[in-house]
Write a protein that binds this ligand. Structure first.
Ligand code: HAS
Length: 542
């Protein structure tokens, strides 16, 4: 990657890892509070810490790491950015950073204790919403730079299949853009004028619906960069090839069309939305599982093909041949393993009847600590182990590689304890997002306590892992020996066959996406607006 592009990518990655350290610390405080053994000092509130945790890890770590990785990926596979494209990247970076600082200050002043979902009726200071708006607008500008580099490549290579990684980056940026329109509408027309006192009331159901229109696609915006690593990088790290270019592109296009029209599966217990539409979006949710199953299939095929090439015999002999001592492989692999129960839990969540049991319990927190905080985040860590030295012109030494494996194992142990405890306590009815409480001495609340203590144990191990990772990142950024670290990009397997041009026809897929969104959301939103009790004193519609 060109030095100038590397600088831009690194700026994003550094902010991401600062967010990891601070957000992780907030997580540690939370599990301590919930164990009932610890009280927050100096009047700091539980929900304030929970907001710090969710915003820094769910919104800031992710967006910044994803942009850093994507910029490097496009520059590596489509070519160095032009000055204009790079300028867009820097404008985006600074807007996002200023927005983050503004929002963070408001949370620290306890003026924006609204959790990472920030929907009404919780209200924050207007500077918090303005900060988030800057993060979103900055991300649009930054992604415009990446998309423009891909478009330039296609113009210069007419009739050729584009580089797989750049193609994937473009899909993820489009998904992000379409999804963030929902939250932009809610912030600009509801939350910001409401917190400025320009309107007296907002429609809570509409605010939640607009958030979840964005919110579920958001989780795939986090996931797709991990899938980029699984499809394109990991095969090279293990010495193999991409199993099928067409399958990889198809799975990304399916994510593009199915990620957005599924938000209602977060609102299955909410009154005010007709069950027919909930049912339709549950069906679409089951459709968005398909590209993940395709990914699992493709990964197994890649691993088996490579293992057999290396002489692995019998049904599982190939498995032993994989590079188990390479942190760049094993850390994301632990993430893949976590994604199996995490994804299965997602299917439980999406199943209407079972959702009644687990909704708003700490089971949901367990689910996204397996999917997001394990599958996705461990893949980001595994990628950072080669990405940072590649960008800084240093080497991942043997000892840092071993420390990387240690961090992955610590994560696996900590997360197994914490997430299992969360799933079980959730089935016993323990609420999510809840401060420690004995619920008036209710027996049921006592049954949760051992699991909350287990969560504190798991959370502590996770925080130790974060400290190890921070140490590795600092070493790789500034102190590891100078050298050249590879940016691994696998070539396509010979048996893959030609890629149908249809898979790169963005117009067709975007039309399908828009049609699905109109189908899944028009009537529910029309119903919400026409039944809205807000009105008399606020905007007529909102
Ligand atoms: Fe989810 C709630 C449904 C995936 C994140 N989810 C959340 C929340 C978050 C989140 C943050 O339907 C909480 C939001 C809040 O604050 O309220 N989720 C799903 C479904 C999937 C899913 C159906 N979620 C994710 C991913 C996330 C994420 C990915 C983050 C990155 N989720 C829900 C629902 C709710 C929900 C409801 C609302 C619950 C409620 O009531 O509030 C699917 O996409 C999952 C599909 C995945 C699979 C797994 C495939 C496995 C693979 C690994 C292969 C492994 C290999 C290695 C090859 C089917 C690809 C194997 C080697 C060996 C040796 C074995």
């Amino acid at each position: 990657v060109d030095r100038r592009d590397a600088k831009l990518a690194l700026a994003h990655v550094y902010v991401a890892f600062i967010a990891l350290l601070l957000g992780g610390l907030a997580g540690l405080l939370q599990v301590f509070v919930r164990s009932g053994q610890f009280k927050l000092p100096a009047g700091i509130g539980y929900y304030q810490v929970l907001t710090v945790h969710g915003v820094l890890l769910g919104l800031i770590l992710t967006t910044f790491f994803i942009f850093g990785f994507q910029i490097a990926g496009v520059s590596r596979t489509s070519g160095t950015f032009t000055d204009k494209q790079r300028l867009l990247g820097w404008i985006g970076f600074w807007l996002m950073t200023i927005g983050t600082v503004a929002a963070a200050v408001m949370v620290l002043l306890n003026k924006a204790t609204v959790l990472y979902t920030f929907y009404a009726p919780l209200q924050a200071h207007w500077i918090f919403y303005l900060g988030l708006t800057l993060v979103v607008v900055g991300s649009w500008i930054g992604s415009a730079g990446q998309i423009s580099r891909y478009v330039q490549w296609r113009k210069e290579h007419k009739g050729q299949t584009s580089p797989l990684l750049s193609f994937m980056v473009v899909v993820n940026n489009l998904l992000w853009f379409v999804a963030s329109l929902g939250v932009a509408v809610s912030v600009l027309f509801q939350l910001l004028p409401w917190s400025l006192g320009l309107i007296e009331r907002v429609d809570v159901l509409l605010s939640r619906t607009l958030f979840w229109y964005f919110g579920h696609a958001l989780v795939y915006f986090w996931l797709l960069p991990a899938y980029m690593v699984w499809y394109v990088v990991i095969p090279k790290v293990i010495g193999g090839k991409v199993f099928s270019d067409s399958l990889a592109r198809l799975s990304f296009m399916l994510f593009l069309i199915f990620s957005v029209p599924v938000g209602l599966h977060h609102q299955l217990t909410e009154p005010g939305i007709d069950t027919t539409w909930k049912f339709i979006q549950v069906v679409l949710t089951m459709a968005v599982v398909v590209p993940s199953l395709m990914t699992a299939f493709s990964l197994f095929a890649t691993f088996e093909l490579r293992g057999r090439e290396l002489g692995g015999k019998g049904l599982f002999g190939w498995f032993k041949k994989l590079p188990w001592k390479d942190a760049r492989f094993i850390v994301p692999f632990i993430g893949m393993l976590a994604f199996i129960p995490g994804g299965a839990g997602g299917i439980v969540n999406a199943s209407y009847q079972m959702n009644q049991l687990i909704h708003n319990t700490i089971w949901v927190t367990g689910h996204f600590h397996l999917t997001f905080a394990s599958a996705v985040v461990l893949t980001y860590f595994g990628a950072a182990f080669w990405l940072i030295p590649h960008l800084t012109g240093r080497k991942l030494t043997k000892s840092l590689n071993s420390l990387g494996i240690v961090s992955g194992v610590l994560w696996a142990v900590g997360m197994t304890i914490m997430s299992t405890a969360m799933h079980i306590a959730g089935l016993l009815g323990a609420p999510r997002r809840s401060d420690y409480s004995e619920y008036g001495g209710a027996q049921q609340a006592y049954d949760w306590i051992p699991y909350q203590i287990a969560q504190a144990v798991g959370g502590t191990i996770l925080f130790i892992a974060i400290l190890v990772i921070t140490y590795i990142v600092i070493k790789l950024a500034w102190f590891a020996p100078k050298g050249e670290e590879e940016f691994p990009i696998a070539s396509i397997h010979e048996s893959s066959g030609p890629t149908p041009p249809m898979l790169e026809n963005f117009k067709v897929w975007l039309v399908i996406l828009v049609a699905l969104i109109i189908f899944a959301y028009t009537i529910p939103i029309f119903d919400i607006i026409s039944n809205s009790p807000a009105g008399s004193k606020g905007f007529k519609f909102w």
